[in-house]
Write a protein that binds this ligand. Sequence first.
Ligand SMILES: [Fe+2]
Ligand SMILES: [Fe+2]
Length: 172
Amino acid sequence: MPKTTDFALCEEYLQTVRDLLAHPDVQSMRRFAQHGRVDCLIHCLNVSFAGYRVCRFLGLNSRAAARGGLLHDFFLYDWHKGNPYKGLHAFTHPRAAAENAGRRFEITDRERDVIAKHMWPLTPRPPRYPESLVVLIADKIYCVAEAFAPSELMGARLYRLAREKGLLGAPR
Ligand SMILES: [Fe+2]
Ligand SMILES: [Fe+2]
């Protein structure tokens, strides 16, 4: 595997998710708080980039981890204010996110699995692919890290870089 600098890796990652990131509904996740002071999109960037890095290192499908990871919490509501679906948010949101993703993007079976299984074992079916397990673990780690992080995590830096590179489309 070629040695890549951190900056080059960030650029490579952003190219992998650029069409998703440019979508207004994905950007709308910035409006919803996730953990602590971190919003839903920055959380998804944290998890997606971590999944991408780990899967790339392990020779797994890093693209599926990046794209599924970015959409894993694409449920599009503020879960602190209630759940528009029947049931508790923790159980219902992976399916809501997978449905939202499937309506807006062409997602692969592996990407759908990453999204739909990320709360296992709270949802009944276990991950079918190793990439789903990697993203699931990254999500748990960032749930804790975001609540306690004293400084900015990777997702916020990636978002800034994407904006500087004009990957977010016209300002809204
Ligand atoms: Fe989630
Ligand atoms: Fe999450």
